[in-house]
Write a protein that binds this ligand. Sequence first.
Ligand SMILES: Nc1ncnc2c1ncn2[C@@H]1O[C@H](COP(=O)(O)OP(=O)(O)OP(=O)(O)O)[C@@H](O)[C@H]1O
Length: 320
Amino acid sequence: MIATESLSKRFPRVTALDRLSLDIGPGVTGLVGANGAGKSTLIKILLGLSPATEGRAAVLGLDVATKGAEIRERVGYMPEHDCLPPDVSATEFVVHMARMSGLPPTAARERTADTLRHVGLYEERYRPIGGYSTGMKQRVKLAQALVHDPRLVLLDEPTNGLDPVGRDEMLGLIRRVHTDFGISVLVTSHLLGELERTCDHVVVIDGGTLLRSSSTTDFTQTTTTLAVEVTDSDTHPDGTAALRAALVAAGLQLHERTEDGLPGAGHILLLEATGDETYDIVRDAVADLGIGLVRMEQRRHHIAEVFRPEAARTMEAQAT
Ligand SMILES: Nc1ncnc2c1ncn2[C@@H]1O[C@H](COP(=O)(O)OP(=O)(O)OP(=O)(O)O)[C@@H](O)[C@H]1O
């Protein structure tokens, strides 16, 4: 779908992309990086809207340097920033965008109705966009990217400005763009967790260079670390401490560090599983203490681990 070869973009004071080579296939691909990592710059080059300083890129086999118009006919684009006209309705705007993409008037109206329904805009689609919530505006931006039935959509930070529920809804919609219509998706975000849940493949960039590109399952393979959370009881007012002592006595290797459990609950113990018997030891220890087992799960790697520690910290800070 997308291939870049040693792609660079240098501005007078900053190198936004630095010899980036990528090969992105069909499906839902996440492009993740902190603010300023070069995500929007890459998208603009892929659409043929901004020339690269060096290197090459092709989208759907079309060279971005010479075939920008053909690429934009076949690719939908959802820009990051608010760019919607406030005085027209979603229907008027999306019909206009469909006409600009070359659809005849009747087809443009039909596709607009279908697409707005798909993104979850119903009666409100006849009201001026100026009165919409951020979530509704994001849906209009997504609809205009889909209305001409592209083969690929490039979505720049589609969950920006949304609350957690709005984010989940938008991520669900993005997943369905692929499952329901077979349209491939490149979606950018600075929130790692979002892409872990939504994408088949994740590309991580930092300072305009590629840190890693692999399938989400490769990123999030299970580890040998077990996370165990228990309740307290009258006999054991600190259930976590009691379990730690029991597991150490049973010869298990526990991490010094604990994690916070559910609000109001205790901490989560982390320990190294050496085999299936580790699970039995934990189960028996919990039963002997007479406390409740809230969870026992194998930990997975997180995409954040591929970042340098300081980059990961910046991203975590941006995420909160
Ligand atoms: N037109 C421009 N002129 C000069 N510098 C630019 C220009 N556009 C982007 N940059 C710089 O290039 C770098 C990459 O910017 P880019 O917008 O691609 O990052 P991003 O990963 O999309 O982050 P964000 O989510 O904040 O937009 C940044 O340092 C930015 O300041």
